[in-house]
Design a protein around this ligand. Structure first.
Ligand code: ADP
Ligand code: ZN
Length: 628
């Protein structure tokens, strides 16, 4: 949203004016100072009397120790010369001055009314003006756009309906969300039907779900289906630097919406303003609160029959203010979750529609390999695959393009230029085979889908991908323990084969610790604490950790428990690797040669009776083809 261009109505930046003001100030000061003083030349007393007698002196100021005098001929801009001389006890002085018609005084000379104006009034007026200007600048935000710099304008982008606008058919999966919104579409289509019965439709609905699951897309589709204008605005646009600017924007947005009604107002990231209001301590977020209050007031204010529907999107519903969620505001809550297997397949198909896809494409396989991917990720995979197909000169997008695109989206693209020393390459291969071998041997672990030691731009030097046969909504304790064992297996293999450990396991360690901690604090899966909740405040959709809600003593015990779980997993992984030591080194060699191993290939070697398979597999493999 680019609104910078309308922010400043004055040409140039405020800095220009500040510098200009300074220059003017200095000039005025110098000018007045020169009127007052300028340089004073010291002469001796005899010269002074001489000048008086010659009639050159205009005015004299007699002080107790110095006599200051000015010569004739000064104008407004060119200062007459100023002199001073030591005061001598001269009894004829006054008489002499009277004789030559020189004006004299005991006070300072030459300060006319004009001078007073110039010296005192002008700078004061100037400073006053400056202060006034600054205040006006700051006020601009509050008065809603009429200020000097035009703060407070709504930055809502208005999308008029067009032939290309989104429809529900562009949204794959998310059937529940669509169902909940169809009623709204109908209402926007024919409000009279509802009006005549007296039914009131919800003024707003909240779309809740992780990033990239299509919340914006669904809102657009509602507008598209109903054929009404769509206002898009991000919640953060209401949080401005100046208190009151955000509220003014909310007002402005609803004013525009009122003019275009029926319409959809979509507020993305509504948690930016809708966060729970703080009642504790100092109020640091006045601005956000004002915006929120304004939003609540606007939502209460507009006529429900007019046909303004406010859709909000957030991925942090748990932090929203209760006031936002009460009836008459966002009282409908629509979950837009990560797609399941069927959903992923549908998203892939929707995005593949405009693309020339090959006959061998298996969407189900890709959907299976992308557990946890959002709609946006899947759209990205299709696009990456299409780009790769062009790069490789394929006539259409093939399955191998899609497979490679999955890797690219999950782990970044291949880093062909990275040269890994042979010894380290061997360690990486051993590490990955460690993961894969333990995954294959653990009953509860997901089967191995792919192992690769091609470095990726994400920083991964290799990875092992496991793909579950079917989707899970629940994970048992055994599943999680198996996952932990697999995660420790990389390091365990390094330790077992090379007797040392490397930095390559850092990502494993992070995942492992987080998993173990969750098991203890959130899932009640440790023997020690049982079903005791020890953590709160995490975000379900963003995967953020919460905070421990126990005493410090218990926190220490939690750490010990986590450590115990990790230690046991590591021991178990080591045990499995020891039992399969021959396979570990055989597979490591094989992976070193091939760089990428598919799950079937891997299982075949693993399950083959040892010596024969060794013979067969260590024969140089055929050209490995495209390694990705
Ligand atoms: P959000 O607002 O939830 O963060 P978006 O609506 O911006 O996500 O989705 C980003 C992109 O991801 C969309 O433009 C679309 O291409 C794709 N996408 C996400 N979910 C879906 C879906 N269910 N069906 C089709 N495309 C989707
Ligand atoms: Zn690893």
């Amino acid at each position: 949203m680019n609104n910078d261009d309308k922010r400043f109505k004055l040409p140039g930046s405020p800095w220009f004016y500040i510098v200009l003001a300074l220059v003017v100030m200095v000039t005025v000061n110098a000018f007045t100072m020169s009127r007052l003083g300028g340089s004073v030349q010291t002469v001796d007393y005899s010269t002074f009397t001489e000048m008086v007698e010659k009639g050159q002196v205009e005015a004299v100021e007699i002080g107790s120790s110095v006599i200051t005098f000015t010569t004739k001929g000064g104008t407004l801009f060119s200062q007459s010369a100023r002199y001073q001389t030591v005061a001598i006890d001269d009894q004829y002085l006054v008489e002499r001055l009277l004789q030559y018609g020189v004006s004299f005084a005991g006070e300072q000379v030459g300060l006319s009314l004009f001078d007073i104006l110039l010296v005192y009034v002008l700078p004061l007026a100037f400073y006053g003006l400056l202060i006034f200007w600054v205040i006006k600048l700051l006020r601009g935000g509050m008065s809603g756009g009429i200020g000097a710099m035009g703060f407070g304008k709504s930055s809502a982008k208005l999308y008029e309906v067009s032939a290309t606008s989104k429809k529900f058919t562009d949204v794959a999966g998310q059937d529940e969300a669509k169902e909940a919104l169809i009623e709204l579409v109908d209402f926007l289509h024919q409000p009279e039907k509802y009006r005549s019965i007296g039914a009131k439709l919800p003024k707003g609905a909240l779309l809740v779900g992780p990033p990239g699951t299509g919340k914006t897309l669904i809102a657009q589709a509602v507008a598209g289906e109903a054929g009404v204008p769509f206002f898009f605005v991000s919640g953060s646009a209401f949080v401005e630097m100046f208190v009151g600017a955000g509220a003014a924007r909310v007002r402005d947005l609803f004013k525009q919406a009122n003019e275009k009604a029926p319409c959809i107002v979509f507020i993305d990231e509504i948690d930016a303003i809708g966060k729970k209001r703080d009642t504790s301590g100092i109020n640091v977020n006045d601005e956000r609160e004002q915006s929120l209050n304004q939003l609540l007031a606007e939502m209460d204010g507009f006529d429900p029959n007019k046909g303004i529907v406010v859709l909000g999107a957030t991925n942090r519903p748990e932090i929203l203010d209760k006031a936002l969620l009460r009836p008459g505001r966002f009282d409908r809550r629509i979950a837009v979750d990560l797609p399941d297997l069927k959903g992923r397949e549908a998203v892939l198909k929707v995005h593949a529609r405009p693309i020339h896809m090959g006959k061998d494409v298996d969407y189900t396989a890709i959907a299976k390999a992308t557990v946890g991917a959002s709609g946006a990720d899947l759209a990205n995979i299709i696009n990456e695959a299409a780009l790769r197909a062009v790069r490789m000169g394929h006539p259409a997008v093939l399955q191998q393009d899609l497979e490679a695109a999955v890797d690219t989206v999950i782990a970044g693209s291949e880093r062909k230029s990275l040269v890994v020393p042979p010894k380290e390459k061997r360690m990486i291969a051993c590490h990955e085979i460690g993961h894969a071998l333990v995954a294959a041997k653990e009953k509860n672990a997901a089967p191995v889908h792919k192992i690769t030691i091609i470095p990726r731009t994400s920083g991964a030097l290799g990875y092992t991908m496991q793909v579950d046969e079917d989707e899970h909504v629940l994970h048992s304790r055994e599943d999680l323990l198996a996952r932990m064992t697999v995660l420790t297996a990389g390091r365990a293999a390094e330790q077992f084969m090379f007797g040392t450990c490397t930095t390559g396991a850092s990502n494993d360690i992070e995942q492992l610790t987080r998993l173990a901690r969750s098991m203890v604090t959130r899932f009640g899966m440790s023997g020690k604490f049982g079903m005791m909740s020890l953590e709160s405040g995490g975000s379900a959709y963003l995967g953020m950790d919460g905070q421990l809600t126990c005493s410090l003593d218990t926190a220490t015990l939690v750490d010990q428990e986590v450590q115990r779980l990790i230690g046991e997993s590591f021991d178990r992984a080591t045990q499995i690797l020891k039992e399969n030591a021959a396979k570990l080194s055989q597979l490591t060699n094989y992976l070193l040669e091939k760089e990428t191993l598919l799950g079937d290939e891997f299982m075949e070697i693993l399950n083959a009776s040892a010596p024969e398979a060794l013979e067969k597999q260590s024969a140089p493999p055929a050209e490995s083809g495209d390694p990705a």
